[in-house]
Design a protein around this ligand. Structure first.
Ligand SMILES: N[C@@H](CCC(=O)N[C@@H](CS)C(=O)NCC(=O)O)C(=O)O
Length: 235
């Protein structure tokens, strides 16, 4: 999975199916940062208890940096940290303040207004008392977010300019799963093109390839793009 070196100081506690983990994995691969990936199984009580020592609310991913004796959670903070102390080229956050503000804005947008309703729709399907009416409200919220993103996007480049940034790290997993729940159809052509461009980015391809063995656990697996859909026999 991750490139290992004898100088490994970064440990990412994560799960390969989790969209917020994808966001940080994409950043690590974009910047070519060596790290060790530790799989967290929140279904295992002992593993959950141990993980709570690292991430107090049990939210994934969490990053441990042995070299700097630092433990971090919250994906945007983790990526800002990596970009400052382990920078790749180009940087995931621009030096220019106004440009960085735009990146942070769209990073927040994808986390709060795409990931959040997307996760709520998935939760409704998993809950024994899941409600289609509530899921419909979250589907409508996703549609509103798509319309805002469509207006923001240019015909070329990335969501916050001409270089790939933290905002695109947030966008890729959010849109990958959201598209399975509320397809873009013909209504959002720039969004559909942007999504396509994201899905071809080598860091994103790598993360999705690594998630392949776990897609059978995704509650809407039958709606995944065909190349990621587990065989019926496998699910
Ligand atoms: N705002 C957090 C969200 C993290 C998050 O919700 N992670 C999910 C996995 S995609 C998680 O840990 N879910 C388990 C839980 O909530 O118990 C971040 O950006 O890191």
């Amino acid at each position: 999975m991750a490139r290992k070196t004898s100088l490994m100081t970064l440990i990412l506690h994560q799960h390969p199916l989790a969209s917020f983990c994808h966001k940080v994995l994409i950043a690590l691969y974009e910047s070519d940062i060596p790290f060790e990936a530790v799989l967290v199984d929140l279904g295992d009580e002992a593993a959950r208890t141990a993980f709570l020592q690292i991430s107090p609310l049990g939210k994934m991913p969490a990053l441990r940096d042995e070299a700097r004796d630092r433990t971090l959670f919250e994906t945007s903070v983790i990526i800002e940290y990596l970009d400052r102390y382990y920078p790749g080229s180009p940087r995931l956050l621009p030096e220019d303040f106004e440009a960085a503000l735009d990146v942070r804005l769209w990073d927040r947008f994808f986390d709060l207004y795409v990931q959040e309703p997307m996760q709520q729709i998935v939760s409704e399907r998993m809950r024994p008392d899941g409600s289609e009416a509530r899921a419909d409200q979250h589907r409508a919220a996703l549609g509103r977010s798509y319309a805002v993103i469509e207006k923001k996007l240019d015909a070329t480049g990335w969501v916050a300019g001409q270089t790939f940034t933290m905002a695109d790290c947030a966008a890729a997993p959010a849109l990958f799963y959201a598209e399975t729940l509320v397809p873009f159809g013909n209504e959002y052509p720039k969004l559909a093109t942007y999504h396509e461009r994201l899905m071809q980015r080598p860091s994103v391809v790598r993360v999705l390839q690594e998630a392949m063995p776990y897609f059978k656990y995704y509650p809407y697996r039958e709606r995944l793009p065909v190349q990621f859909r587990p065989d019926a026999a496998d699910s």
